[in-house]
Design a protein around this ligand. Structure first.
Ligand code: NDP
Length: 340
C-alpha cells in the first residue's frame, strides 16, 4: 500500500518511515524544506519513496496538492510543533496542531477517495489531567481526556499550550470523522515521553528533539548539581511508537480507536545509574548519588498516577522496550552524533 507520512523529518516520523519501508510499503513523505528532503532522499537510495515539500501545515490547503498523489491508501499524520522555541501560542503552536489536522482530513476527503484510514499522532498530553499527576488513585487510559481548554492554551505556560495543542488537534480529528462522515476511518496513537535512538536526520545535538533533550543535558554534564524535575513520569521507546503507528494502519480492526502507547513509569533520576553502568566514559559528566532532584514526589513511585496500556499491548501486539534499553540506545546514538 501507498502511505502519506507528514512531518517526515521528525524524530518519531523517521522511525515510522524506516518501518514502513522495511515492511514493503510505498511512502510519500512531507518535509518543510528542500534541504530536509535531500537528507531523506539520500538516506534511502532506491527506496519506494517520494519526498514532497509542505512548508507550513498551518496554511490553508497546505496538503491539497500532496494528497492528490494517485493511489494513497493510508495517511500517517505526525507533523505538529513539539518545541518551546516559539513566541506566539496561537500562530506557532495551536494553529499548526489543530488547523494542520483539520486541513489534512479535509484534503483527504476532497481529493483522495482511495484513503482508507488516517492515523494521527496524538499524545498522552491529550489524556492526562495535569492537576492529578500526583493522585495515586488515578489510572490513565484511552478513556480519559485532558480537560484543558483553548483559552488555557493561550494563557497558560508553554507546557500547557503544547498539551492543549495536542488535545484539541485530536478532538478535531474525531469531530471531523463524526460530523463530516468521510469514507476513511481514524485512529490515534497517544504516547507519553518518547525516548530512543535518533536516526540519520540530526546534524547537531543543538537540534535534538524535545523529549530526548533531557538525556543530552545529562550526558553533557548539566545535571551535576541538580537533576531536573521529571514532570510526566511515563515513557515509551520510539521504536514501539513507530510500531504502534504501522500496526494501527495494517490491522483493519484498529480503525476508530485511540491507543495509549506507554511502556512504564520513570524518573529523570533513573537515567543516572543506567548511563553510569553502560557508558563508563561518561562517568565525570554524571551527578553523584547525593545530588538532589528528578525523583518521584516524596521519593516514591506510590505517589504518582498509574496507567493502563493493556489495549495497545493486546490490540497492536506491542511488547514494550524497557527504560534501560531505550536509554542505552538513545545515549549510544547521541554519542555517535557528537556528545562528548
Ligand atoms: P519533532 O520535533 O522531531 O517532529 C515534529 C515534526 O513536525 C517535524 O518534522 C517538524 O518539522 C514538523 N512540524 C512542526 N511544525 C510544523 C509546521 N508548522 N509545518 C510543517 N511541519 C511542522 O518531534 P517528535 O518526533 O517528537 O514529534 C512528532 C509527533 O509526535 C508530534 O505530533 C508530537 O506532538 C508527537 N508526540 C511526541 C512525543 C515525544 O515525547 N517526542 C510524545 C507524544 C506525542 P521541522 O522540524 O522542519 O520544523
Amino acid at each position: 500500500p501507498k502511505v502519506l507520512l507528514t512531518g517526515g523529518s521528525g524524530f518519531i516520523a523517521t522511525h515510522i518511515l524506516q518501518l514502513l519501508l522495511n515492511r514493503g510499503h510505498e511512502v510519500v513523505t512531507t518535509v518543510r524544506t528542500e534541504e530536509k528532503a535531500k537528507i531523506i532522499r539520500d538516506a534511502y537510495p532506491g527506496a519506494k519513496l517520494t519526498v514532497a515539500i509542505v512548508p507550513d501545515i498551518a496554511q490553508p490547503n497546505a496538503f491539497d496538492e500532496v494528497v492528490q498523489t494517485p493511489g494513497l491508501e493510508y495517511v500517517q499524520h505526525t507533523a505538529s510543533p513539539f518545541h518551546f522555541k516559539w513566541k506566539d501560542a496561537k500562530t506557532e503552536v495551536l494553529d499548526p496542531a489543530i488547523k494542520g489536522t483539520t486541513s489534512i482530513l479535509e484534503a483527504v476527503k476532497k481529493y483522495a477517495p482511495t484513503v482508507k484510514r488516517v492515523i494521527v499522532t496524538s499524545s498522552f498530553a491529550a489524556i492526562l489531567d495535569a492537576s492529578e499527576l500526583e493522585n495515586a488513585s488515578r489510572t490513565w487510559s484511552e478513556a480519559d481526556w485532558n480537560p484543558n481548554t483553548y483559552e488555557d492554551g493561550i494563557t497558560g505556560h508553554p507546557g500547557v499550550t503544547y498539551r492543549v495543542s495536542k488535545t484539541l488537534a485530536e478532538k478535531a480529528a474525531w469531530d471531523f470523522k463524526e460530523n463530516e462522515k468521510p469514507n476513511f476511518d481514524v485512529a490515534t496513537i497517544n504516547p507519553p515521553f518518547v525516548f530512543g535512538p535518533v536516526v540519520h536526520n540530526l546534524s547537531s545535538l543543538a537540534d535534538i528533539n524535545t523529549s530526548n533533550g533531557n538525556l543530552v543535558g545529562l550526558i553533557v554534564g548539566k545535571w551535576k548539581s541538580e537533576i531536573p524535575a521529571t514532570g510526566v513520569h511515563l515513557f515509551v521507546d520510539v521504536r514501539d511508537v513507530a510500531k504502534a503507528h504501522v500496526e494501527a494502519m495494517e490491522r483493519p480492526e484498529a480503525g476508530g480507536n485511540r491507543y495509549l502507547v506507554a511502556a512504564g513509569r520513570f524518573t529523570n533520576k533513573d537515567f543516572v545509574p543506567i548511563v553510569r553502568k553502560n557508558f563508563p566514559q561518561l562517568a565525570d559528566k554524571l551527578p553523584e548519588d547525593s545530588v538532589p532532584g528528578g525523583d518521584y514526589p516524596g521519593g516514591s513511585i506510590d505517589n504518582v498516577y498509574k496507567f493502563d496500556n493493556s489495549k495497545a499491548t493486546k490490540e497492536l501486539g506491542l511488547d514494550w522496550i524497557s527504560l534501560e534499553q531505550s536509554v542505552v540506545d538513545t545515549v549510544g546514538s547521541l554519542l555517535s552524533v557528537g556528545a562528548k
